[in-house]
Design a protein around this ligand. Structure first.
Ligand code: HEC
Length: 152
């Protein structure tokens, strides 16, 4: 007997569509899991930021922070150019407190430096390196925050 006769070609179409749907759903699920993973990489907890800030800010030195912006390439993105790729730091000290309420200026800057993907400045893409937590000590982050707060 010819199997083509038992199951006509058209009968396979719904099966094929269901399979395609299942594959796309699986893909979307994977994507969602990957995204939630980057968000959960330590960002999003202002109380944890405060504990680190309380350690780093008392000894923070804005002049050292200014130098760190050069040695860690922050300046290349944030201090030169027209601000179309990366937000310019011209008035970051004045803006930080209102960027992401209820985060304070210090909490916001801490998060923006160490967990850049947790929140994107409107109009910009997720282009900032996400590994400054490995490259900077908490005290160095404190120096940088102290310097950024002076920019108004
Ligand atoms: C390759 C370019 C690049 C480098 C290098 C870089 N950033 Fe960024 N940064 C960005 C971009 C793009 C954004 C906007 C998207 C976002 O919010 O993450 C941003 C956002 C920020 C913000 C928020 C600015 C605002 O206006 O609210 C701060 C603060 C910041 N970066 C600090 C730093 C510091 C400090 C360094 C160095 C330790 C650094 N960045 C290195 C590209 C860069």
């Amino acid at each position: 007997m010819n199997p083509e006769k038992k199951r006509p070609r058209q009968a396979r179409l719904p099966l094929l569509l269901a399979l395609m749907l299942a594959v796309s759903l699986a893909f979307l699920l994977m994507l969602a899991l990957m995204l939630s993973d980057t968000q959960g990489s330590g960002g999003g907890d202002p109380a944890a930021y405060d504990a680190e800030l309380a350690q780093a800010l008392p000894a923070a030195d804005a002049a050292l922070g200014a130098a760190l912006l050069e040695t860690h390439e922050c300046a290349a993105c944030h201090l030169v150019g027209d601000g179309s790729v990366s937000p310019l730091f011209a008035n970051i000290g004045g803006l930080a407190a209102s960027r992401r309420p209820p985060l304070s200026a210090e909490q916001y800057l801490y998060e923006a430096i160490l967990f850049p993907s947790a929140h994107l400045v409107a109009g910009y893409s997720d282009a900032m390196p996400g590994n400054y937590g490995e490259r900077l000590s908490k005290q160095e982050v404190g120096h940088i925050i102290a310097y950024l707060l002076t920019l108004r």
